[in-house]
Design a binder for this molecule. Structure first.
Ligand code: NAD
Ligand code: UDP
Length: 320
């Protein structure tokens, strides 16, 4: 470990630190006694997600867009900055590609200059609409390079390329995680992803919007489980670079999810069907053998328990 911190503890940069996952990661790293710097441009992140951390002297939040170079001395970089919900990453697709590519390049250059270990939040979207099921890391994917999701899918694929080229060409210590659908408290109520949409709709008695016939599947991981996987991968020996799937292999259909949320909330909401967005993957489920073997990691929180915590979070947020 390089030692940019005065007192021996690690100094860690989290890009996208005010987002859903970034804020959980900052909190976890602070709880372990590290110094944490969040960098965020607040495109989809919120100050409310990190306001409770600001009393901690080990925490600092900087407003910065990673598309611009950053000069800062740290031991580790977690690169999470990027809109993650289809609605938000398709809002300004050119900017999404730029954040994945130029943003990642800026963070890799920083890591190279200061000798920091660097972690990339990649995604199951690199597999596109997968023809292999469940998805292993060796599967090369089925991505439409010119469709509406390509800004994110191809952007994240290119980011992985850059990480592995910096590793081979410049010897950078890299860690690449492929995140499968993750949910939990601190998702934005207007995030647009399925778990937060269904919960907010059910709590407000609005129609539940299923896109397509709801037979498409996803596998939902609770945020705390995912963050545990992140930290284990970052601390794994240098040879363990990933790409590594981190997610929950319990697969459910979108229709099943809708019915479960309505039942758990005790809502009178009706289910409505809307058109399926172009290139929406029909099935998704991680093969997590690598994470089990190399990190001794597997998710602990069942869907029912994670949904209950997330429903409680949105219930208090919407009442406030
Ligand atoms: P999020 O939208 O809540 O967080 C993303 C954060 O990045 C936000 O705070 C946003 O303001 C910030 N950001 C965006 N562009 C930026 C830029 N150019 N400069 C600085 N900050 C910027 O989403 P999330 O679910 O917390 O996702 C975090 C990361 O994990 C993303 O990279 C995403 O692609 C990846 N991921 C998440 C999931 C999931 O299910 N949650 C799945 C796959 C991958
Ligand atoms: N979805 C839905 N209703 C919504 C939001 C999403 O039926 O209100 C569907 C979406 O079409 C997809 C699945 O739920 O099939 C997961 O969508 P999400 O945007 O959460 O993530 P991703 O498609 O990136 O896995």
């Amino acid at each position: 470990m390089s030692n940019h911190s005065k007192w021996g503890k690690k100094k860690v940069l989290v890009t996208g630190g005010a987002g859903f996952l970034g804020s959980h990661l900052c909190e976890r790293l602070l709880n372990e006694g590290n110094e944490v710097i969040s960098v965020d441009n607040y495109f989809t992140g919120r100050k409310e997600n990190i306001v409770h951390l600001e009393a901690n002297n080990n925490f600092e939040a900087i407003r910065h867009d990673i598309n611009n170079p950053l000069d800062i001395e740290v031991d580790e970089i977690y690169n999470l900055a990027c809109p993650a919900s289809p609605v938000h990453y398709q809002f300004d697709p050119v900017r999404t590609v730029q954040t994945c590519v130029t943003g990642s390049l800026n963070m890799l250059e920083l890591a190279k200059r200061i000798g920091a270990k660097i972690f990339q939040a990649s995604t199951s979207e690199v597999y596109g609409d997968p023809k292999e099921h469940p998805q292993k890391e060796s599967y090369r994917g089925h991505v439409n390079p010119i469709g509406p999701r390509a800004c994110y899918d191809e952007g994240k694929r290119c980011a992985e390329t850059l990480f592995f080229d910096y590793h081979r060409q410049h010897g950078l210590d890299i860690k690449v995680v492929r995140i499968f659908n993750t949910y939990g408290p601190r998702m934005h109520p207007e995030d647009g992803r399925v778990v937060s949409n269904f919960i907010v709709q059910a709590l407000q008695g609005q129609d539940i919007t299923i896109y397509g016939d709801g037979s498409q599947t996803r596998s939902f991981c609770y945020a705390d489980d995912l963050i545990e996987g992140f930290v284990r991968l970052m601390n794994a020996e240098a040879g363990v670079t990933g790409p590594m799937n981190i997610g929950n292999p319990h697969e459910v259909s979108v229709k099943e999810l809708a019915e479960r949320v309505v039942e758990m909330v005790g809502s009178k909401s009706k289910i409505t069907y809307m058109p399926l967005p172009q290139d929406d993957p029909t099935q998704r489920c991680p093969d997590i053998s690598q994470a089990k073997e190399k990190l001794d990691w597997q998710p602990q929180v069942p869907l029912e328990e994670g949904l209950k915590k997330t429903i409680d979070y949105f219930d208090s947020l919407l009442r406030a």
